[in-house]
Design a protein. Structure first.
Length: 164
């Protein structure tokens, strides 16, 4: 029989909130915060896609199409856009300075990066939204939430669309 581990009351509770800036993600975070509050530590995360290194180095058949400086500038723009998503999410969630989460911009594959951070923190729970794709759409586009559910080292709270 499986049982939840007993936590020491002195342990901090770390809730990792994941967003891509969509309304669906925002709804998931609202639901997660309502279920999991109060947490000792909130960490709000988004993942910038990064830049494929082959754009600079080439593929073996063709040379690169951008310089290292262009790649770094593009990556910095993506990081800034990701930070804006986090800032807007904090505002939309109505979190004040006392309950404001730590914000982190990760770069790379979203599912992998979220799982790595959840292990590193360590997070007690990850909150993430899902678009609810299935079949061909899921096969073509992948599913970040599915990857996180299957690979995270902690429980994952997944929230889909809420019909009102």
């Amino acid at each position: 029989m499986w049982a939840w581990p007993v936590r020491d009351t002195l342990d901090m509770t770390t809730v990792m909130l994941c967003t891509d800036g969509s309304d669906l993600a925002l709804d998931a975070l609202r639901q997660g915060l309502a279920l999991l509050a109060p947490a000792d530590r909130l960490v709000l995360v988004t993942v910038a896609p990064g830049v494929d290194p082959s754009l600079v180095t080439g593929t073996g058949f063709a040379g690169g199409v951008m310089s290292i400086d262009d790649k770094e500038a593009l990556l910095e723009r993506e990081r800034q856009e990701a930070q804006e998503i986090l800032d807007e999410t904090v505002t939309e969630l109505g979190l004040d300075s006392a309950s404001a989460p730590e914000t982190m911009v990760l770069v790379g594959d979203p599912g992998h990066e979220i799982c790595e951070l959840a292990t590193f923190l360590p997070a007690d729970v990850v909150v993430i939204g899902t678009h609810g794709r299935s079949g061909i759409k899921r096969a073509m586009m992948g599913s970040t939430s599915d990857h996180v559910v299957r690979h995270a080292a902690c429980p994952v709270l997944v929230q889909g669309r809420v019909d009102t």
